[in-house]
Design a binder for this molecule. Structure first.
Ligand SMILES: Cc1cc2nc3c(=O)[nH]c(=O)nc-3n(C[C@H](O)[C@H](O)[C@H](O)COP(=O)(O)OP(=O)(O)OC[C@H]3O[C@@H](n4cnc5c(N)ncnc54)[C@H](O)[C@@H]3O)c2cc1C
Length: 659
C-alpha cells in the first residue's frame, strides 16, 4: 500500500485550491495539490467577465465601498447568505485584487479623460479622473449598484489562474495532476486524508494529512446543458457526502446564467450586458425593461433567467432546431469595444456559431452555470461536522451566496476564501491536536474498499452501463429541477433519480485496462453524481417557497416566515437511496440587513416575524453612533472583524473620502 504524508492535502487545482495551498505553504506547512487535469486547465480558467472588489476607482464606481458590496451580495443571495461571511468576503476582496496585481494579473486600468460607454442602450460620455489614472478599473455587472467588477478583458479567470499557478511553482508546491480523490479517510468525526486514484496508471495511493481541503469546484455537469467544463462533476463534494458525517448546504440552489450560446451552451459573459449589451426577442424588441424597469438586463441572474424563460413561454422566443432562444445584441457596443474587451466572446461566436458579434446578434438561452450549494463549512472554512476537513471555492457552502450568487463574486470568493481559510488551516496544523494518529489498518481498510469497488465494476458481472443512466439523470435535472420547478415534477424527479441510483449499483464495465480507462471512470463517478442530484432534487421538492435561483411555480413567494434557513443534507449509509435532509436556521436577530425587497424581481414575500423587531433595534443602535462614521455604524450592527485572521483586518484604502 502506497502512503504519502503531508501537512495539508488540497484536492483541487483551480483558483480556490491554489490560493489555499500558497497560503498554508507561506505559513510553513507542507502541502500537495491534486487535480484531475493540469492545474492551469482547471475550470477557473474559463471565467471571463471579472472579479468584484469595491475599489471605487472608475468614475462609475465612485462612492463604492464594502458596505455597498455587502448590501448587493446579501440582496443577490435573496437573504440566504451568512451575512458575517459576506462581510468577511467584501472586506478582503480589495486586498485580494491588489495581491493578484502584485503577482502579475494585468487588470484593465483607468485611463484619465473622456471615453464613450453604452448605458441603457445609449452612448454616453464618461469622464475618468486624473487621480485614478492607471489604477484598476471595473465594469458593470448584474445586481450591483456600482461598477465594481475588475477584469482583464474577458479572460479574467485565465489571467488569475496563471498568476496563481506561477505562485504555486514559486513556492515549491507540488501539484500532482491527473489524480482523482475517490474517498476521504476518516474515523470518529476526524478526516485524515483521501484515497486517490491515478488516472494514468490506475494505481491507488493513500494521502494522509493533518488537514484535507476540498476545492473541487461545482457540480454543474449533473445537468444536461451547462456552461461548466466537463470535469465539473462534483465528485469532491460527493466524497464529503459519502463520509456520512460531512454536511452539504443548499444543494437545491443552482444558478442558471442568462446568456449561454445555443445550442453549445458555452457562456458569453455577463460583461456583455455589463458593458451595455441588450436582450432582444423574436421581433427584435428589447424586452427586459418591460419586466425590470430599473435594472433591465442587469437584474441578478436568477431574475433575468426567469424573465427570459417567461418571455419565451409567451411565444416570443426565436424558433430554432435546438429549441427557442433569444438574442444577445452586443453590436450596439461597436466593433472596437467588442474586439478588444470581449475577445473571448468574439472567438466563441466565430468558432461555435460562425458569426461576428460586432455585427450579428448572438442566440442565447439560460443555462445551468453555478452551484451555490456545497460542503457546509463554518466561517473558517472547516466542515461543520467533520474535523480536519476544510472546503473552499465553488465546492463549498461557506456561505456568502445564499440562493443566488452575483456575477463576479465567484472568482472573488475563490481567492478570498483561499486567503482566509488557509490561515485557519495553518492555525489548525500548528496545534498538536492535528497530528496524524491514524492506524495503518484503517488506511488499508479505506484503500481496499475503493479497490474492491473498482474490481467489482470490472469483473462483478454488473449489467448496467453508465452512459444511458447518466444521460437520463442529466435530462431529469434540466427538465424537472431547472429554472421553474413544481412539486409534481420534483416528486417524479426524486423517484426516478432513486431508481437510477439503484441501477447504478449494478454497473459493469467491459474494459479492464489498468491505466486510462474512461469507461471505468464514468462508472465510478456516476453514483456520486446521482447522490448529488438527489440532494438537489429532494432539497428543491421540500423547499415550498421561492428564493433566489430556486423558484417554485406552486409556491412563488419567498417565505421568510417558514423558510429563512439553509438546507442541510447528509448521506445516511452506503446503501441508502435518499439523503437525510434537515435545516439550519438563519437568525434575523443577528442580521445587519434584515430581509426585505431586493430592488429587482417581484416584490412578493412573506415577512419573518422577527424582521420588524430587528429593524427597530437597528434604528435604536444607529441613534447611538456617529452617522458619518460608517465603520462605527457597521461594527455596532454586526461586528465581524474578530472573525478574520488578524492580517486581513486592517481597513482598505481608497482614493475618496468614503474610505
Ligand atoms: C464559463 C464560465 C465563466 C465564468 N465567469 C466568471 C466570472 O467572470 N466571474 C466570476 O466571479 N465567476 C465566473 N465563473 C464562475 C467561476 O469561474 C468558478 O465558480 C470558479 O472559478 C471555481 O473555482 P474553484 O477553484 O472553486 O474550482 P475549479 O476551478 O472548478 O477547480 C476545481 C479543481 O478541482 C479538481 N478536481 C475536481 N474533482 C476532483 C477530484 N475528485 N480529485 C482531484 N481533483 C479534483 C479539478 O481538476 C480542478 O483543478 C464562471 C463560470 C463559468 C462556467
Amino acid at each position: 500500500m502506497k502512503i504519502v504524508y503531508t501537512d495539508v492535502l488540497v484536492i483541487g487545482g483551480g483558483l480556490a485550491g491554489l490560493r489555499t495551498a500558497v497560503g498554508v505553504k507561506q505559513r510553513g506547512f507542507d502541502t500537495i495539490v491534486l487535480s484531475l487535469v493540469p492545474a492551469k486547465r482547471s475550470h477557473s480558467a474559463a471565467a471571463q467577465g471579472g472579479m468584484q472588489a469595491s475599489l471605487g476607482h472608475s468614475s462609475m464606481g465612485s462612492g463604492d465601498n464594502e458596505d455597498v458590496h455587502f448590501e448587493d451580495t446579501v440582496k443577490g443571495s435573496d437573504w440566504g447568505a451568512d451575512q458575517r461571511v459576506a462581510r468577511m468576503f467584501t472586506h478582503v476582496a480589495p486586498k485580494a485584487i491588489r495581491e493578484l496585481a502584485g503577482w502579475g494579473v494585468p487588470w484593465n486600468r483607468v485611463k484619465q479623460g473622456e471615453r464613450e460607454a453604452v448605458i441603457n442602450a445609449e452612448r454616453v460620455v464618461i469622464t475618468e479622473s486624473e487621480s485614478a489614472h492607471g489604477l484598476i478599473t471595473a465594469r458593470d455587472f448584474g445586481g450591483t449598484k456600482k461598477w465594481r467588477t475588475c477584469y482583464t478583458s474577458d479572460g479574467t479567470g485565465h489571467a488569475m489562474l496563471f498568476a496563481l499557478g506561477d505562485q504555486t511553482i514559486a513556492n515549491g508546491i507540488p501539484v500532482m495532476e491527473r489524480m482523482e480523490a475517490l474517498a476521504l479517510i476518516h474515523e470518529s468525526g476526524r478526516c485524515y486524508g483521501a484515497v486517490v486514484r491515478s488516472l494514468v496508471t490506475g494505481e491507488l495511493t493513500a494521502f494522509l494529512a493533518r488537514a484535507t481541503t476540498i476545492a473541487t469546484g461545482g457540480y454543474g455537469r449533473i445537468y444536461k446543458v451547462s456552461t461548466n467544463a466537463v470535469i465539473c462533476e462534483g465528485t469532491g463534494t460527493a466524497i464529503a457526502l459519502e463520509t456520512g458525517v460531512a454536511e452539504l448546504g443548499n444543494m437545491e440552489a443552482v444558478q442558471f446564467h442568462p446568456t449561454a450560446i445555443v445550442p453549445a451552451g458555452i457562456l458569453t459573459t455577463e460583461g456583455c450586458r455589463g458593458d451595455g449589451g441588450i436582450l432582444r426577442d423574436v421581433n427584435g424588441h428589447r424586452f427586459m425593461p418591460d419586466y425590470e424597469p430599473e435594472k433591465r438586463e442587469l437584474a441578478s441572474r436568477d431574475v433575468v433567467s426567469r424573465r427570459m424563460t417567461e418571455h419565451m413561454r409567451k411565444g416570443l422566443g426565436v424558433k430554432s432546431p435546438y429549441g427557442d432562444h433569444l438574442w444577445l445584441d452586443i453590436s450596439v457596443l461597436g466593433k472596437d469595444h467588442v474586439h478588444k474587451n470581449l475577445r473571448e466572446v468574439t472567438d466563441i461566436c466565430r468558432y461555435f456559431l460562425g458569426i461576428d458579434p460586432a455585427n450579428d446578434w448572438i442566440p442565447v438561452r439560460p443555462t445551468q452555470h453555478y452551484s451555490m450549494g456545497g460542503i457546509r463549512t463554518d466561517h473558517r472554512g472547516e466542515s461543520t461536522t467533520l474535523k480536519g476537513l476544510f472546503a473552499c471555492g465553488e465546492a463549498a457552502c461557506w456561505d456568502m451566496h445564499g440562493f443566488n450568487r452575483l456575477g463576479g463574486n465567484s472568482v472573488a470568493e475563490t481567492v478570498v476564501a483561499g486567503m482566509i481559510v488557509s490561515e485557519f488551516i495553518a492555525d489548525y496544523c500548528a496545534d498538536s491536536a492535528s497530528d496524524i494518529n491514524v492506524s495503518t489498518g484503517l488506511v488499508r481498510e479505506f484503500v481496499e474498499r475503493e479497490q474492491a469497488g473498482l474490481d467489482r465494476l470490472v469483473s462483478g458481472g454488473g449489467r448496467e452501463q453508465a452512459g444511458p443512466i447518466r444521460q437520463r439523470m442529466e435530462e431529469i435535472m434540466i427538465d424537472q429541477v431547472g429554472i421553474f420547478r413544481t412539486g409534481e415534477e420534483l416528486d417524479r424527479a426524486v423517484d426516478e433519480l432513486e431508481d437510477l441510483l439503484a441501477r447504478s449499483r449494478n454497473l459493469g464495465v467491459r474494459s479492464s485496462a489498468p491505466g486510462p480507462n474512461p469507461e471505468l471512470v464514468a462508472a465510478y463517478r456516476l453514483p456520486k453524481m446521482l447522490k448529488l442530484a438527489l440532494c438537489a432534487a429532494l432539497g428543491a421538492r421540500e423547499r415550498t417557497e421561492s428564493r433566489g435561483a430556486h423558484f417554485r411555480e406552486d409556491f412563488p413567494q419567498r417565505n421568510d416566515r417558514d423558510w429563512l434557513n439553509r438546507s442541510i443534507t447528509t448521506w445516511p449509509e452506503a446503501g441508502a437511496s435518499l439523503p437525510n435532509l434537515g435545516y439550519e436556521t438563519i437568525a434575523v436577530a443577528d442580521m445587519e440587513l434584515p430581509p426585505g425587497f431586493r430592488g429587482y424581481g417581484t416584490r412578493n414575500y412573506i415577512d419573518h416575524p422577527d424582521s420588524a423587531e430587528r429593524d427597530a433595534r437597528i434604528e435604536k443602535i444607529l441613534e447611538t453612533v456617529d452617522p458619518d462614521d460608517r465603520h462605527a455604524r457597521q461594527a455596532a450592527l454586526m461586528p465581524f472583524d474578530h472573525l478574520l485572521p488578524e492580517k486581513y483586518r486592517p481597513r482598505n484604502q481608497r482614493l475618496e473620502a468614503t474610505a
